[in-house]
Design a protein around this ligand. Structure first.
Ligand code: ZN
Length: 415
C-alpha cells in the first residue's frame, strides 16, 4: 500500500477557509467574479502561497495566474495542474478553489520532502472559468489553447466595462494587446490534471470520497418554440383548443422518457426555463418557449436521443395542430479524458486502497478546453449532497486531502 499522509491537510483546508472570506456574501456564500477587486485580493493571496511552495509566479495576457517550478532537465514539457478561483454569484467556497490549492500543495510537499523532478511543474488559476463577469465561460483556458477571437475582448459586463479594459486595469502586467504571445502549444505541456468537487450527488450517494473522471459530457442546448391559437380561458371548450402549453408538457414528458429509457446510459435532459406568451392566468397562450439541455459522454447516443426527441415533438405538435420550431442551438462535443491518465489515477487509487469509481463529469471544466493541446485527467472529490454553486456547497477536510494525495501520486508518475 502506498504511503498516505504526506499532504498537509490542515494547510489545504485552512487556505480554502481563508479564500472563502474574500467576496463572502451575507448568506455565507462567495461572490468573486473575474477581474474584480475581490478576485485581485484572492489572487494576491494565492500568489503568496504559490511563492511559499517554491513556484515562480507570473500572469499571462489572458489573465491566467501561472506558478512554475523548473525541473532538472531543461526544455521538457510541463506537468500542469490547476483550476479556477472565480465563482458564480453567491456560489460556494470549494468549486475550482480546491483544484488550485491542491496543485500548490503538491508542489509544496515535493519541496518539503526534497522530491526531485525532471519536468517543470506549473499550477494555474484560470481566468473566468465561470463566465462570472462577461458571461463567457472557460475564457482563460480557451485563451491558453488559442481558441479565442477578438470579440472576446469587446464583451461587456453589466456596468458596460469591456473585458479589454478590465484586463488592462487588473494589473499584474497583463497586456490584452499581446494575447497571442500567451498561447501555449502541445510540445510545451505534457499533461493537465484538474482536481474538482463533483458538483453532483453520485459520490456522496455511493459513499465514495474520490471519483476518476473518464469523460466530460458535452451539452447540446436548444430553445424550442411552440405556437398555437390563443384564447379566453373561460370560453374556448377543451376540444376546440390548440394550446401550446399542453403540447409543450407532452413533449417535456417525452424528453424525460427518452432520457430514462436505458438505465445504463448516462444521458441527462433538463428543461430549465419555460415562458408563455402573452402570459396570463386566464389566457390560453399563443406561444410557449422552453429550453432543453441534453448531455452525454457519448456523442452518437446524445445525437440519436436528440433526433428522437425532435421527431416526437414534431409528431405531438402535428397531432395537436401546433407549430414546432427550433430557435437556437449550442453544441459542444463531449471530451474524453486521456486513457493513460485515467489508468494512472486508477493505479494510484488501487495502491492507496481507495475505491474510486469511474464516472463522467456532467459539468464543463477548464480540463475540457486543455484537451485541445494536451492529455487531460480529472479527480473528483465528493461534495455533500451534491450541492454546488450555492452557499452551502461543502466538501470535507478528509476527502480533499485524500484527493490531494491522489493528485500528488499521479503527478509523481509524470514528472
Ligand atoms: Zn469549477
Amino acid at each position: 500500500m502506498l504511503k498516505v499522509g504526506r499532504v498537509n491537510k490542515k494547510r489545504v483546508f485552512s487556505r480554502i477557509k481563508k479564500l472563502s472570506q474574500i467576496g463572502k456574501t451575507d448568506s455565507g456564500g462567495v461572490t468573486r467574479v473575474a477581474l474584480s477587486k475581490e478576485d485581485k485580493k484572492a489572487q494576491e493571496l494565492v500568489k503568496k502561497w504559490m511563492t511559499e511552495a517554491g513556484l515562480v509566479v507570473r500572469h499571462d495576457n489572458f489573465g491566467n495566474m501561472i506558478g512554475r517550478k523548473e525541473g532538472a532537465i531543461p526544455d521538457l514539457p510541463a506537468v500542469m495542474l490547476g483550476s479556477h478561483i472565480d465563482s458564480v454569484r453567491n456560489g460556494g467556497s470549494f468549486d475550482g478553489v480546491i483544484g488550485v490549492l491542491a496543485g500548490i500543495e503538491v508542489v509544496h510537499v515535493m519541496k518539503e520532502k526534497g522530491i526531485l523532478h525532471d519536468h517543470p511543474i506549473e499550477v494555474v488559476a484560470f481566468c473566468e472559468e465561470e463566465g462570472s463577469r462577461f458571461n463567457d465561460i472557460l475564457y482563460g483556458s480557451r485563451g491558453m489553447v488559442g481558441n479565442l477571437d477578438d470579440s472576446s475582448l469587446s464583451k461587456k459586463d453589466h456596468a458596460g466595462i469591456t473585458r479589454y479594459d478590465a484586463l488592462k486595469q487588473f494589473g499584474f502586467g497583463i497586456d490584452p494587446d499581446k494575447m497571442n504571445e500567451s498561447i501555449r502549444y502541445p510540445e510545451e505541456i505534457r499533461v493537465f490534471l484538474e482536481m474538482h468537487i463533483e458538483q453532483g450527488p453520485f459520490l456522496d450517494s455511493n459513499d465514495n470520497p474520490i471519483g476518476i473522471v473518464t469523460a466530460i459530457a458535452g451539452p447540446r442546448s436548444s430553445t424550442f418554440r411552440i405556437k398555437g391559437i390563443p384564447g379566453h380561458a373561460g370560453t374556448v371548450p377543451m376540444y376546440l383548443r390548440k394550446d401550446p402549453m399542453t403540447g409543450a408538457s407532452e413533449i417535456i414528458s417525452e424528453i424525460e422518457r427518452v432520457c430514462k429509457e436505458d438505465p445504463d446510459s448516462k444521458i441527462v435532459g433538463t428543461i430549465g426555463k419555460i415562458s408563455s406568451f402573452p402570459g396570463g392566468s386566464n389566457i390560453i397562450p399563443a406561444e410557449v418557449e422552453f429550453t432543453l439541455d441534453l448531455r452525454d459522454e457519448n456523442l452518437s447516443r446524445r445525437e440519436n436521443s436528440y433526433q428522437r426527441i425532435i421527431d416526437r415533438a414534431k409528431d405531438i405538435c402535428e397531432k395537436r395542430d401546433l407549430t414546432f420550431e427550433v430557435l437556437s442551438e449550442i453544441k459542444i462535443d463531449p471530451v474524453p479524458c486521456s486513457k493513460d491518465v485515467v489508468e494512472k489515477i486508477h493505479e494510484v487509487c488501487n495502491a492507496m486502497e481507495i475505491e474510486a469509481p469511474y464516472m463522467i463529469s456532467g459539468a464543463g471544466h477548464d480540463a475540457m478546453t486543455m484537451a485541445e493541446i494536451t492529455d487531460i485527467g480529472m479527480i473528483f472529490v465528493r461534495c455533500k449532497d451534491g450541492i454546488s454553486h450555492q452557499p452551502d456547497e461543502s466538501a470535507s477536510e478528509e476527502d480533499i486531502s485524500l484527493g490531494t494525495e491522489v493528485l500528488l501520486e499521479t503527478v509523481l508518475r509524470y514528472v
